[in-house]
Structures are given as structure tokens and as C-alpha cells.
Design a binder for this molecule. Structure first.
Ligand code: FE2
Length: 434
């Protein structure tokens, strides 16, 4: 099946690149930041974190480790949850003004993505908005190397420590978009599951579904051989479509999700489940860092763009806010029913990895089987019952679709050719599930 799926096409890519940071994983590895900085030859670091973490135990572990290694640091904690153009420009200015030779980021996706944006600005300058792909920005490319970056995630979902992309809200459009450049891949990822020990269960649920969807989207993405051939290896993005390497990581991430997600969410003392989810998030990050996501992520951006006035427990955010993982998974059961028609084998396999009951199911049932299993996991982790429970109504469907349709990169990675009407149909079916 694998060889058939990745068969070359006339104009498609014939080769792929695998990229990931040097990775340390395990309880206690956060205390290795200082010695890893020494390995990179760093002496004066900008430490990016957020105001919730600054002054807490995790920041203390990192600063003690840097001090013990003789590495100087300055903390920057003015990071916005869901970073926007303005907040990244400020972070960039901070990095430009100091005499830093490297960056450590400690936090969730918002912190790591802010650090990536700041690194880009420190290296090449300009307006962050110009780096978004057209029609949102000017498609400006990052043509110089950035300072070394050690990324330390404190949630089990983002995967940003293993990717070359940064997700940033464009203020003028009030919508999130992606900046992608191979130079943004961190040099070192330090993934310490003990960072997640005190996470509230709804944060573990949201980030867990982020990891689940990263892996599902990678496994069902358009194959790299169906993307356009890139003549120069230097211009090849790591976001390149499904490939044998991303499959490898996605399969294991899905098995972990199927076995441990409900346990990890519902029992904060279940360290086995929570540590496994952290490993799954890392694997899913490696997978999507090399293949890219598709419709569930593309369509999540319409949801966060048009978010209604809901408050979310467990997050220190005062403005209307829908956690990323919830915005992604809320449409996923509807989306996979739609995409399964294009590659039913892949969808059925993916459903099997998350322990779906597929006894007697044929290829024509692939979308239904995968969707049903996702809904079981959502109900088992107290996720909202569709968009309506987030405050959306049917009369917003066309606005949601129009907003998400601008996510051209992710839409191009969808296994099925998708238009605006398809997206409206998907959102309509995602209003309520049970
Ligand atoms: Fe995500």
C-alpha cells in the first residue's frame, strides 16, 4: 500500500527531505539546557517564556541550569497567547537590541512561535507581515541563518519544537497564518514530560487533540509525490506532503493517542499516560514538521478568527479565546468523513491506529469509522459537541468558510480537491454531533 501511495507522478516531487532538531526526551531533561547551550557555543542567551511561567519552577530549572553552565541570560516574558504581528515585532526588537548569541524558548506553542518570529526579525529585519505567503503577505523569504534556538515545550501538543513554522495572528485580518522557512527549525528540542505534571485536564485534552489531529492530518495528507517538483534542494520546504518518514512518526503518535488520551485527561496522577502523550506530541510534531497539516488546521483558523465570547477554563486569557486543539478537533469528525473518499485506505488505517472498531468495515465506511472514533474520544474527554456549543450558528457558516479558505498552504495539502462550498458543507455538519 505504501509504495503504491507514494508512486511518482509526472510533475511531482521525486525526492524528500527529512529534518528534525537534535532531540532530548525524558523527565529531568529540562535541567540539561545549560549543557546543551554550551554544546552550541552559546554564552549570552535570550530566554523567551510567558508571564505565567516566569518566576515559576520550570523557569527556575532553566535559569539554574544556564547559571551552572556559565551562560548569561536575559528573560523576555512579554509573550501573547496566540502571538500577533505586533507582539512578535516587539519580541524581535528585544532580540535585535541585545547582544545575544542564541535563544532558549520555554513554554507552549505561543512562546516557541514568538521566539521563531523574533529570530527571523533579528536575522533579516523588516515587517513580520511581509513574510506571510501571498495574498496575506508578500511571501518574503528568510535567506540567512538565524541564531541557534533551543526549544523546550511545556504542553503536550504543539509540536512547534520540531517544526520550521511559526503561527502568528495577522492583526489587520484578525486571523492566524503560518510563516514557514527551513531556517526556523530549532537546533535542539528538549522535551521533559514533567513540565506537564500540573496542567489542568482541559488543557491536556485540547493539546491532546492537537497532537491527534497533527498525526491524522499527516497520515491522510496529499502525498509528497503529488506536490510540485522543487528544482533546488535549498528552496525545498520541509512541509512537503505525506511521506514514508512522516508516516512512521504519525502511526506511533496515533497509537499513543488511542491508548492514552482519555486516561491522561481524566487522571492527572496517571503519569504513564501523560508522559506518553508528551512523547506522542513530539512524534506528531516531527511528523507534521515534515509533511504539513491539512483541512482540520485550515478550518480551525476560521473558528479562532470568528470566535464568539467564550471563556476557557485553565487558560490565563481574558479576551475571547478558543484553545487551538479545540478549534482543530471540533470540525475534524466532519472533515474526515469528507476527505475519506479520496484515500479511504489511509483513513481506515488511521482509524485503526487510534483503536477504532472497524470489524466488518469496508473502504466505503472509512470516513464513518474514523469520525465515530474521534467522537468517542471527544466525549470521553469532555470536548464541546460541535461548533454550536462554542457559540456558532448556521448563519455563520459562509463566513467561517470564507475565512478558512485563505489558508491556501494547508488546503493544498488536503487529499481531496476542496472548494468553498465543500467547506460550508463541512462546517454545517460540524455544528452538532450528538
Ligand atoms: Fe496544531
Amino acid at each position: 500500500m505504501g509504495c503504491q501511495y507514494f508512486a511518482p507522478t509526472d510533475d511531482g516531487a521525486q525526492s524528500m527531505t527529512v529534518a528534525m532538531p537534535k532531540l532530548s526526551f525524558g523527565r529531568g531533561t529540562l535541567a540539561e539546557v545549560g549543557s546543551q547551550a554550551i554544546v552550541l557555543g552559546l554564552k549570552n542567551i535570550a530566554l523567551f517564556t510567558d508571564q505565567q511561567l516566569n518566576g515559576g519552577m520550570l523557569t527556575e530549572i532553566v535559569t539554574a541550569s544556564l547559571t551552572a553552565a556559565g551562560v548569561q541570560y536575559v528573560i523576555y516574558d512579554d509573550v501573547r497567547i496566540e502571538p500577533c504581528g505586533d507582539s512578535v515585532m516587539l519580541a524581535g526588537k528585544f532580540l535585535q537590541q541585545g547582544n545575544f548569541d542564541g535563544v532558549v524558548s520555554l513554554g507552549g506553542g505561543s512562546v516557541i512561535d514568538t521566539a521563531k518570529g523574533a529570530l527571523l526579525l533579528q536575522a533579516q529585519g523588516g515587517d513580520i507581515n511581509h513574510y506571510f505567503a501571498p495574498p496575506i503577505g508578500e511571501g518574503k523569504t528568510l535567506d540567512v541563518p538565524v541564531l541557534p534556538h533551543i526549544a523546550c515545550p511545556t504542553t503536550s501538543g504543539t509540536g512547534s519544537e520540531c517544526t520550521s513554522i511559526s503561527v502568528i495572528r495577522v492583526n489587520a485580518l484578525d486571523c492566524k497564518f503560518v510563516i514557514a522557512s527551513p531556517a526556523l527549525l530549532p537546533n535542539i528540542a528538549i522535551v521533559d514530560p514533567s513540565c506537564c505534571d500540573s496542567l489542568p485536564s482541559n488543557v491536556v485534552a485540547s493539546t491532546g487533540f492537537d497532537l491527534c489531529c497533527h498525526a491524522l492530518e499527516c497520515y491522510t495528507a496529499r502525498a509528497y509525490t503529488q506536490h510540485a517538483h522543487v528544482p533546488k534542494p535549498s528552496s525545498r520546504q520541509y512541509i512537503q506532503g505525506a511521506n514514508p518518514f512522516s508516516d512512521l512518526a504519525a502511526r506511533e503518535a496515533l497509537s499513543i493517542t488511542g491508548k492514552y488520551l482519555v486516561r491522561g485527561v481524566n487522571d492527572s496522577s496517571d503519569f504513564e499516560a501523560r508522559d506518553q502523550l508528551m512523547w506522542g506530541a513530539t512524534l506528531a510534531g516531527i511528523a507534521f514538521g515534515n509533511s504539513g497539516t491539512h483541512l482540520p488546521h485550515a478550518m480551525s483558523y476560521g473558528v479562532t478568527h470568528l470566535r464568539s465570547n467564550i471563556t476557557t477554563e485553565g487558560y490565563n486569557v481574558k479576551t475571547p479565546f478558543i484553545p487551538h486543539g479545540i478549534s482543530v478537533v471540533v470540525n475534524a469528525p466532519s472533515i474526515f468523513k469528507y476527505t475519506a473518499v479520496a484515500t479511504p485506505e489511509r483513513h481506515l488505517e488511521a482509524a485503526g491506529f487510534i483503536n477504532a472498531d472497524s470489524v466488518g468495515a469496508g473502504l466505503e465506511d472509512a470516513g464513518e469509522v474514523l469520525s465515530k472514533r474521534l467522537l468517542e474520544l471527544m466525549r470521553g474527554t469532555h470536548m464541546p459537541n460541535g461548533l454550536s456549543e462554542l457559540g456558532f450558528s448556521l448563519d455563520q457558516v459562509s463566513e467561517l468558510a470564507a475565512s478558512s479558505f485563505r489558508q491556501t498552504r494547508a488546503i493544498a495539502n488536503t487529499p481531496r480537491e476542496s472548494n468553498l462550498q465543500d467547506m460550508e458543507m463541512i462546517y454545517t455538519a460540524a455544528m452538532s454531533y450528538w
